[in-house]
Design a protein around this ligand. Structure first.
Ligand code: SF4
Length: 382
C-alpha cells in the first residue's frame, strides 16, 4: 500500500538545503553578484525553499546557469525532478516523450538529462551529434532493468507472428530489438496501429505488465506482456483510493497507467503525466490527488496554486539520484557522457521513428476509468 501523506509538500524528498555540500560544489558562496543573478528566480520555488535555505541553493543555481551559457547546454527536466531542478535550472520540462522530441530539435551542443538513464539514452538516440550527459550513473529504473535486448530477441523467436511494442522506459538495446516504441500518452494508439499494420489481433507490449493490463482493458487487441513493473506506481492500490475518498470528501483522483488496473478502475481519471497535468490545468478541481511520483504533484501544484493537492507520497529513488550538485558537477567537468554503439542506436531510432511517424495527437490520450481488468498473458523470462 502506498504511504499516504495528508497535505502539503510533506514528502521525504531531500530538500536542496540539506543536500548542499560546500566541498562538493567547490566552495560556491552567496555573493552580491549571485544574489543579483538569482533574486528573480526565488519566487518560482518559494513554496519549497525557505528564505533561510536560499543562500545555500542560489550559488549552485547561478553556477549551473552560467555553465549552461558557457557550454551552450540545455537541461531537460522530467516532471519527477524536485522543484529546485524542475523550476530553477530546467530549460525544457515535461514527460519522457516531450523531452525526447525536444532533444532532437533543440539547438545546443550539450544536453543534460535531468531524469534517468534510459531517458538520456533516448536523447542520444535522437540527437547523436550532441553530447548527452547524465548527472548520476545511479539513476536507473526498475522497468528498464526488468528486460534486456536478449529477452526481446527470445520473445521474437517464440512469437514471430506478433509485433513487439516497447514502452520508452527501456534501454537502447531493448528498443533496438522491438518494432515500435510507445509512451503512456500513446500506448493504445500505438498498439492498435501496429496490429492493423501486421494484420493481427495480438500485440506484445513490454516490459510494464500494469501498463499492458491497462491498455488491454481499453482495446479489443489481445495483449501479451512481460513481468516488469514500476516500483513507484505498483505500490498504489484500490484500497488507497478508497481511503483517500473517505478521508477527503469530494477529492478528484487521477492515476497514472503504470498503476495496477484496480487503481484505474477506482480512479476518476487516468493518463500519462502530461495528461494528468493537462487535466488539472483544464478542470481546476477544488481538491485533487495525483497517484504518481511525489515530485510530479509538487511541480503541478506550483503551476496551479488555487488547486488544493492531497499528496500520496511514493518517491522514485532513481529520479532522486539527480541533484543540483551533480548537475553542476557533470556540466563543470563534462562527466558521464552517454555513448551508444551506432548499430544499436540506429535500430533503436527506427523503433522510435515508427512511433513518431504515427499521426500526432492533439492531446495525450486519457485511459477510461471504471473498466474491469482483463486477463492477459504474461510471458515468462526464458
Ligand atoms: S518512476 Fe518508475 S518508471 Fe519512472 S524512473 Fe522511477 S522506477 Fe522507472
Amino acid at each position: 500500500m502506498a504511504r499516504l501523506i495528508d497535505a502539503g509538500p510533506g514528502c521525504p524528498t531531500p530538500t536542496p538545503a540539506r543536500r548542499v555540500g560546500h566541498s562538493e560544489t567547490g566552495g560556491l558562496t552567496y555573493t552580491a553578484e549571485v544574489k543579483a543573478e538569482t533574486d528573480h528566480l526565488y519566487p518560482l520555488a518559494s513554496d519549497f525553499i525557505t528564505p533561510m535555505e536560499w543562500p545555500a541553493i542560489a550559488p549552485l543555481v547561478a553556477a549551473i546557469n552560467r555553465l549552461k551559457a558557457e557550454r551552450n547546454a540545455v537541461i531537460l527536466a522530467h516532471n519527477y525532478m524536485t522543484p529546485d531542478i524542475f523550476r530553477l535550472v530546467g530549460d525544457i520540462r515535461g514527460d519522457s516523450l516531450q523531452l525526447a522530441r525536444e532533444a532532437a530539435e533543440v539547438e545546443a551542443d550539450v544536453i543534460v538529462q535531468a531524469g534517468v538513464h534510459f531517458m538520456a539514452e533516448t536523447s542520444k538516440i535522437l540527437a547523436p551529434e550532441k553530447t548527452v550527459l547524465i548527472p548520476s550513473l545511479e539513476a536507473g529504473c526498475s522497468l528498464a532493468s526488468s528486460i534486456t535486448g536478449r529477452d526481446v530477441a527470445l520473445i521474437k523467436q517464440r512469437y514471430p507472428e506478433f509485433p513487439v511494442v516497447t514502452y520508452v522506459n527501456t534501454t537502447a538495446d531493448v528498443k533496438a530489438e522491438c518494432h515500435i516504441t510507445c509512451t503512456s500518452s500513446n500506448a493504445v494508439q500505438v498498439v492498435e496501429a501496429i496490429a492493423r499494420d501486421w494484420n493481427t489481433d495480438t500485440v506484445i507490449l513490454v516490459p510494464d505488465q500494469y501498463l499492458a493490463r491497462n491498455v488491454a482493458s481499453q482495446t479489443d487487441i489481445r495483449i501479451m506482456t512481460w513481468p516488469g513493473a514500476c516500483e513507484v506506481h505498483e505500490l498504489f492500490s484500490a484500497s488507497d483510493v478508497e481511503a483517500l475518498r473517505l478521508a477527503h470528501s469530494g477529492v478528484v483522483i487521477l492515476a497514472h497507467p503504470e498503476c495496477p488496473p484496480d487503481v484505474l478502475e477506482a480512479a476518476d481519471f487516468a493518463g500519462s503525466t502530461a495528461a494528468l497535468a493537462h487535466y488539472v490545468r483544464d478542470h481546476r478541481p477544488a481538491k485533487v490527488v495525483l497517484l504518481t511520483e511525489c515530485s510530479m504533484s509538487d511541480n503541478v501544484a506550483a503551476e496551479n496554486p488555487d488547486v488544493n493537492f492531497v499528496r500520496p507520497c511514493n518517491l522514485c529513488p532513481h529520479m532522486k539520484q539527480i541533484t543540483l550538485e551533480n548537475i553542476y558537477d557533470c556540466l563543470a567537468n563534462m562527466r558521464h557522457a552517454v555513448d551508444l554503439e551506432e548499430g544499436v542506436r540506429q535500430r533503436a531510432k527506427a523503433a522510435i521513428d515508427a512511433m513518431l511517424a504515427l499521426p500526432k495527437m492533439t492531446a495525450p490520450l486519457a485511459f477510461k476509468t471504471g473498466l474491469a481488468a482483463r486477463d492477459i498473458t504474461v510471458i515468462s523470462p526464458a
